[in-house]
Design a protein around this ligand. Structure first.
Ligand SMILES: C[S@@+](CC[C@H](N)C(=O)[O-])C[C@H]1O[C@@H](n2cnc3c(N)ncnc32)[C@H](O)[C@@H]1O
Length: 241
């Protein structure tokens, strides 16, 4: 896999083990709204180094599958877990795999968590259909993600891994339409853009200046920077059924 923004030292220093705005505070919100309880089966889709999977297993006693396309992230996730001896925690299985080809049977999961992931995808509807396949009927999809508060197209030419979370971010209406296309109904939508501001401030600090951060995130093309700013990137929490 191409090295991503999340593997850069400055990003890891700013974000820690949660490669997203809002950290475990927003994960806790999602868990509460999904009414998780011990024994339920939860998929942490694109789990990164697994902080959400470990949190859900320890705090909510659920059986978690943490799936990510990066073998090195999954290795790191499994190594952290070895230190967790809490007898009350639920089981965790780590899987190296692709979100559009989940190796579980139809209807296997009670809930799927997707944090800061759908906005990175070229074809999110394909992944959402696969998520729907592995969710039991009336199971819940719990999402936090980057979105555009102004519905304008952001041109991000070329494969710029650092721009991952922005490259395919879109506005609320388009996100809801894509979910609808994949058979989901959005039951909760909330704006949490303050959480994005917090992460960006830490990133600017770690990259050394606002300019160095913007260079890493979107490059130095003035038109691209302007359209990114005009689209007002934000962060949302949603639950879909
Ligand atoms: C922004 S990070 C979010 C990670 C994690 N959810 C978190 O919040 O810390 C996006 C993750 O998606 C993973 N990823 C990218 N494409 C993927 C795919 N097609 N299937 C599964 N994981 C993928 C990356 O390896 C990375 O860990």
């Amino acid at each position: 896999m191409t090295p991503s923004l999340y593997e850069e030292a400055a990003f890891r220093a700013a974000a820690g083990n949660e490669f997203r705005p809002g950290g475990l505070r927003l994960t806790e919100e999602l868990a509460r709204r999904c009414r998780l309880e011990p024994g339920l089966r939860v998929l942490d889709l694109a789990c990164g180094v697994g902080s959400t999977a470990r949190f859900l297993a320890r705090r909510w006693g659920v059986h978690v599958v943490g799936l990510d396309a990066s073998a090195s992230f999954i290795d790191e996730a499994a190594a952290y877990q070895d230190g967790d001896t809490d007898p009350g925690r639920g089981r965790i299985d780590w899987v190296v795999g692709r979100a559009d080809d989940i190796p579980h049977p139809d209807g296997y999961f009670d809930a799927v968590f997707s944090e800061c992931f759908l906005s990175t995808l070229e074809d999110p509807v394909r992944v959402l259909r696969e998520v729907r396949r592995v969710l039991r009927p009336s199971g819940l999809l719990a999402v936090t993600d980057v979105y555009l508060r102004e519905a304008i197209a952001v041109p991000l030419p070329g494969a710029r891994p650092a721009a991952a979370c922005l490259r395919n971010a879109t506005d609320r209406r388009t996100m809801e339409r894509r979910l609808d296309e994949a058979g989901f109904e959005v039951t909760t939508w909330e704006d949490h853009s303050r959480a994005l501001g917090g992460l960006v401030a830490s990133l600017i600090f770690e990259y050394g200046s606002a300019d160095a951060f913007w260079q890493a995130a979107v490059g130095d093309e003035p038109a691209v920077r302007e359209s990114v700013a005009a689209s007002r990137p934000g962060y949302c929490l949603l639950i879909a059924q």
